[in-house]
Design a protein around this ligand. Structure first.
Ligand code: C5P
Length: 310
């Protein structure tokens, strides 16, 4: 068996342009990988079957049926993509160990896909290169290439065209999660509705110099002040209770707080790990989240973490 893990992400800046003819929105985003992990354990089978099962780490809650355990599962789709690309006739049993909130705007499903690409390509000894896996990743979902890449990176296009970003130091994040997720497609649809109704103006997506300077200098105060997410109004329209969570994080002295990706997770940046734990405690005490996680970034991309000969 081979176990691989891939990180969750937070978008430090998510600039969203107008929906294109392909139904996708052009993005300019800065991703940071954080040390919350999805692990995929791949065990080779001699027949061509691909099966999937899931365990959930005690730090998160997953609603019954929230993750499909069938052919639509992103880890299964990743395994199928590897098999097809490399002419693999063997099969695989996949076990996902979830540590990233589901439908939380942290790309947990994308991390499953990235970890499954790495684990299956190793268990089937495909000799795939990293850049070949990155090509397969983009077809599986917009955030899958970043889950493979990790660290801090600029994303353009659908978020899948990556360039590494210079970042110094360690950032201490708090993630306030909700048991009930938001669908990424639904949040983009609400974004489009507001644009079509003239409630919101859209421009070509660009990145903020202050954020890039803050990252290069390892200046958490500047990074915190530069956090911004164009999807936040849409996520708040669908889940208005998130504004209380943002308020509590800011009252607890967070350097910045925002909706993570398409939400409903709220991400807040602390000055130190100690401060992040204090913000987490304030959010828990105010009862404005279902679970609170603390994690540092940047974290590395998808990688093999264990190999056991059968
Ligand atoms: O690529 P992925 O499957 O992760 O995207 C999920 C949904 O999010 C898409 O079906 C689309 O509605 C929306 N999306 C978008 N623009 C992007 C990325 C995703 O509209 N750049």
């Amino acid at each position: 068996m081979v176990a691989a893990r891939a990180p969750a992400k937070v978008n430090l800046r998510l600039a969203v342009g107008e929906r294109g003819d392909d139904g996708y929105h052009p993005l300019a985003t800065v991703f940071q990988a954080v040390a919350l992990w999805e692990t995929v354990v791949a065990t080779r089978r001699d027949d061509g079957e691909v099966t999937v099962a899931m365990d959930v780490q005690p730090t998160i809650q997953v609603a019954e049926g929230a993750v499909p355990l069938d052919e639509t599962n992103l880890a299964v789709r990743a395994a199928r993509a590897v098999a097809e690309r490399y002419g693999v006739t063997a099969g695989v049993d996949l076990r996902i160990v979830k540590g990233v909130p589901v439908a939380g705007g942290m790309a947990g499903g994308s991390a499953d896909a990235a970890a499954a690409l790495v684990a299956t390509s190793e268990v089937w000894a495909t000799s795939a290169t990293r850049s070949e896996l990155a090509e397969l990743a983009a077809d599986l979902g917009s955030d899958v290439p970043f889950a493979l890449h990790g660290h801090t990176a600029i994303g353009r296009g659908r978020g899948d065209e990556l360039a590494p970003a210079l970042a110094r130091g360690e950032f201490h994040w708090v993630f306030a999660t909700r048991a009930e997720g938001l669908s990424t497609a639904a949040v983009y649809a609400e974004f489009d509705r507001a644009v079509d109704a003239g409630e919101r103006l859209v421009a070509a997506p660009i990145l903020d110099d202050d954020l890039m300077m803050g990252l290069r200098a390892g200046d958490a105060t500047l990074v915190g002040a530069s956090l911004a997410n164009d999807l936040a109004p849409a996520a708040l329209a669908l889940a208005p209770e998130l504004s209380r969570t943002l308020d509590v994080a800011r009252e607890a002295g967070a350097l910045g707080a925002m909706v993570s990706g398409s939400g409903p997770t709220v991400a807040a940046l602390g000055r130190s790990r100690q401060h992040a734990l204090a913000i987490a405690a304030a959010i828990s005490a105010a009862d404005v989240a279902d679970a609170v996680l603390v994690a540092s970034g940047p974290a590395s991309g998808a990688a093999v973490v264990a190999v056991e000969e059968a």
